[in-house]
Design a protein around this ligand. Structure first.
Ligand code: HEC
Ligand code: HEC
Ligand SMILES: [Ca+2]
Ligand SMILES: [Ca+2]
Length: 462
């Protein structure tokens, strides 16, 4: 019998084990052998999982081109790419998720380019989700096509918040304030809740969709029964296609159940493109020019036909997770030990296993290392946006996967972290943790400078 290189590696990885140094055999395979790409350059997040071969790669490349496409105003002579707006944030997915990577907040006085602001008023929608602002809807859409006013712009300003480590070394964190300008329909309704969010990197997300719901729910400990200070709740969100609620997995508050719905939601909310899941244009009733604007008119009456939504779904499902670097270096391994000792792994779950699916058998039963539990946690006042989203309250955020966080400098030219990009480096990201992560954060503050550097080396290897 001949085994392919891939099969042999899988066997080695499956045997796994700790060689005593803290290095676990195969731990560099963030997405297991089948779905990890080793490219530490600008294109690190852009690859299809290697297990997909031959014709199984075709839809990925179609999806990739749709992800990068600039949508145009309808009607257009180039059919199939029109329907932009009437209001929108950007013309393509990749203008926010550049190279499938992480967006950033705007500089003071500048418009948002790869981030956005969600809006809602108190109460619950029929589907259990947030109620959009009555005139502006659920998201500020700064741009409009010809003859349709954009809704206005949102700017950020920053205040420095001083702090210090146990050894006396001081640091400073920056806290954002959002200001709305040029609102086209007057001020936001009294009591409007706002939430600024940067575009997350999208590599490896299909693996997270394939982790069985029961495995995620098993990690939840809403009443903190084990007394470790970490509760963790599953968000429960509306699944449009199923017409029922399901576990939420995607978005900064885990407010979307699947990559298909997340993508269709982005098409409508961010670019103004209707699809079978969201067939109505994003025009709140008071925005009459928006409601009267021409729309794209493909055969089945929506701007993104089902087949193209399939391609985008396939693309997001099959993007490889980024492989780790320097996994056996002494400082990285020491940092990994700190990560464990500080309780970081209580939320950033190192290892998960995918289930089985009919559509993506290449991704069955993979041992992945995403460093997330997909649950939402109270991270304290400092990070709270005060804006509930389905079952997640105004203090809760989904534990983001940490794979790839060491690569943003090469993929996107910055080292900005957290939901609104406020953290200017990985250390600031850790220092902002509070609430359920307060003990972890305080443990980090009590480390020596050398130990902090080791933890950082570990995070940078992810
Ligand atoms: C205006 C910027 C912007 C554009 C354009 C945009 N996104 Fe996003 N994307 C975001 C933000 C912000 C989030 C986080 C949303 C949230 O927390 O509610 C996100 C989240 C996602 C996620 C989930 C990531 C995760 O880790 O859970 C996926 C997948 C995604 N977008 C795909 C797309 C696709 C496909 C398109 C094009 C149709 C697109 N996005 C267009 C800003 C953008
Ligand atoms: C109680 C759960 C919890 C614990 C414990 C925890 N984290 Fe987090 N972590 C989160 C959540 C939730 C976020 C997202 C917060 C946000 O964006 O506002 C996050 C964000 C991060 C980020 C930024 C990720 C990104 O994509 O921008 C880093 C880095 C990080 N954590 C590292 C750590 C380290 C290191 C520790 C241990 C010292 C730790 N975390 C402990 C829940 C936790
Ligand atoms: Ca449209
Ligand atoms: Ca809007």
């Amino acid at each position: 019998m001949r085994l392919s290189g891939l099969a042999i590696l899988s066997l080695v990885v499956a045997c796994g084990g700790d060689d005593g140094s803290g290095y676990e055999l195969g731990e560099e395979y963030a997405g297991d052998v089948a779905a990890t790409s080793f490219d530490a350059t600008a294109t690190a997040f852009t690859h299809i999982a290697p297990a997909f071969e031959g014709a199984r790669r075709d839809a990925f490349f179609v999806g990739d081109s749709i992800f990068d496409r600039n949508w145009v105003i309808a009607p257009s002579s180039t059919s199939g790419i029109d329907g932009l707006g009437p209001t929108f944030n950007q013309r393509s997915c990749s203008s926010c998720h550049s190279l499938d990577g992480r967006g950033r907040p705007p500089e003071p006085g500048q418009p948002m380019i790869s981030s956005l602001v969600r809006l809602s008023v108190p109460g619950g929608d029929v589907d259990g989700g947030p109620v959009g602002e009555p005139v502006y809807g659920g998201q500020l859409n700064p741009l409009g096509i010809l003859g349709v006013p954009g809704e206005g712009s949102a700017e950020l300003s920053w205040d420095e918040v001083p702090g210090s480590y146990a050894d006396g070394t001081s640091y400073s964190l920056r806290r954002p304030t959002v200001t709305f300008r040029d609102l086209a329909f007057g001020p936001l309704a009294a009591g409007t809740m706002t939430s600024v969010r940067v575009a997350p990197h999208v590599a490896g997300l299909g693996l997270l969709e394939l982790v069985p719901e029961a495995a995620v729910r098993a990690l939840a400990d809403p009443e903190d029964a084990d007394g470790d200070g970490i509760s963790g709740r599953a968000n429960q969100v509306w699944d449009v296609a199923a017409g029922a609620t399901r576990l939420g997995r995607f978005g900064w508050k885990a407010n979307q159940p699947s990559l298909r719905q997340q993508s269709a939601g982005a098409f409508l909310g961010d670019i103004g493109i209707t699809s079978p899941l969201f067939p109505q244009q994003n025009c709140p009733r008071a925005q009459t020019a928006c409601g009267a604007a021409p729309t794209g008119d493909p055969p089945d009456g929506v701007e993104l036909e089902a087949g193209k939504l399939d391609d985008i779904e396939y693309y997001s499902m099959t993007l490889a997770a980024p492989g780790r670097r320097r996994v056996q270096d002494a400082d990285v391994l020491a940092g990994k030990a700190h990560f464990k000792a500080l309780g970081c792994a209580g939320c950033h779950t190192p290892v998960m296993v995918t289930g089985r699916s009919a559509a993506y058998p290449e991704l069955d039963d993979l041992t992945i290392r995403p460093y997330t539990d997909l649950l939402v946690h109270d991270l304290g006042d400092g990070l709270a946006d005060g804006r509930p989203d389905h079952a997640a309250d105004g203090r809760e955020w989904r534990t983001p996967p940490l794979w790839g966080i060491g690569l943003f400098q090469v993929t996107n030219g910055h080292t900005l972290y957290l939901h609104d990009g406020r953290a200017r480096d990985l250390v600031e990201a850790v220092l902002w943790h509070g609430g359920e992560a307060e003990a972890s954060r305080d443990g980090f503050r009590a480390l020596s400078a050398a130990e902090r550097a080791e933890l950082l080396a570990f995070l940078e290897s992810l």
